[in-house]
Design a protein around this ligand. Structure first.
Ligand code: MG
Length: 297
């Protein structure tokens, strides 16, 4: 199968027709939460239902951490430390430079968070995360537990203050700032077991610590958007039911990287951040592109 679908001629310069879509590993339970460590030339990625985090060096995959607290999304803070979402423990964690793990947030107004799903760190050091119900709705991805809070989006400030920034979601999922941090893209994947849930990417204006707007930016089909990344020119590369979809900043679909199945998340890495790693369900894939991921550190 040809891995590239050019739907708009502007996509031609974004990809490399001679770059193979490689499978780096397979038979995982469900991959999520990829994050690139350029200083270690490696990728960390959650094998979520297996309660572990994998490390990818070159094309070699090995175990980084198990148990992981059913880790989902990851990011790095301004000091380069690993920030993670734990379904099982219903919290946001930070891995310190000595390897110990600090819980940064696990309650809002006295109630337990649900199951933090994805996390991004802004240049001012604030940590933004989605907190839907998905991770505590099944024993497969973290263990059935009762939710205590509505599905919401939070911001954790460097002083430890946790603030609600938006709560009009059925299920907030993947998050991505535009390169200039003036926009926040939020994938909404709806109620998990609804027969025809509303699924789309919304875009918010970022006004300091607040969000404005929240219009529908793009409705991904087939499947739905989960993890997303921007390239340095502001295109949005979204997960989808048939691979990765590349959207221009107006929301137009430019083209696809087809994997033959669902991609849940993705991350730019490798030299110059031009290698795209794909959490392709039970497979980990990678393909070199002709764009560079937005600088995140
Ligand atoms: Mg997600």
């Amino acid at each position: 199968m040809d891995a590239l679908a050019i739907l708009d001629e502007r996509f031609i310069t974004c990809v490399l027709p001679n770059a193979p879509l490689l499978t780096l590993g397979e038979n995982y339970a469900w991959l999520e939460g990829p994050v690139w460590f350029a200083d270690h030339d490696c990728l960390l990625v959650s094998d979520l239902p297996n309660d572990r985090i994998l490390r990818v060096v070159g094309d070699q995959v090995s175990l980084f951490r198990q148990p992981s607290g059913f880790a989902n999304g990851h990011a790095r803070d301004r000091q380069g430390r690993l920030i993670g979402c734990s379904h099982r423990n219903r919290c946001i964690t930070r891995t310190e430079l000595d390897g110990s793990i600090t819980v940064l947030a696990d309650r809002f107004r006295g109630k337990r968070l649900n199951a933090p799903n994805d996390v991004v760190v802004k240049r001012d050091g604030s940590i933004w995360f989605s907190d839907p119900h998905y991770g505590i709705s099944t024993d497969y991805e973290g263990g059935k537990q009762e939710p205590e809070l509505p599905p919401s989006l939070y911001r954790l400030d460097p002083d430890g203050t946790l603030a609600l920034v938006a709560d009009d979601f059925a299920g907030p999922n993947g998050l991505c700032f535009s390169p200039d941090e003036r926009l926040l893209y939020v994938a909404e994947s709806g109620p998990q077991f609804a027969p025809d849930p509303e699924r789309h990417i919304r875009v918010f204006g970022v006004d300091g610590a607040r969000l404005t707007g929240g219009r529908v930016f793009h409705s991904v089909s087939p499947g739905f958007a989960d993890g997303m990344r921007c390239d340095e020119d502001g295109r949005v590369w979204s997960s989808a039911g048939d691979g990765v979809h590349c959207l221009d900043p107006s929301g137009a679909l430019l083209g696809k990287i087809l994997t033959g199945g669902t991609v849940a998340n993705l991350e730019f890495g490798g030299r110059n951040r031009s290698r795209l790693f794909l959490c392709a369900g039970h497979r980990l894939c990678a393909i070199y592109t002709n764009v560079r991921g937005a600088v995140s550190l």
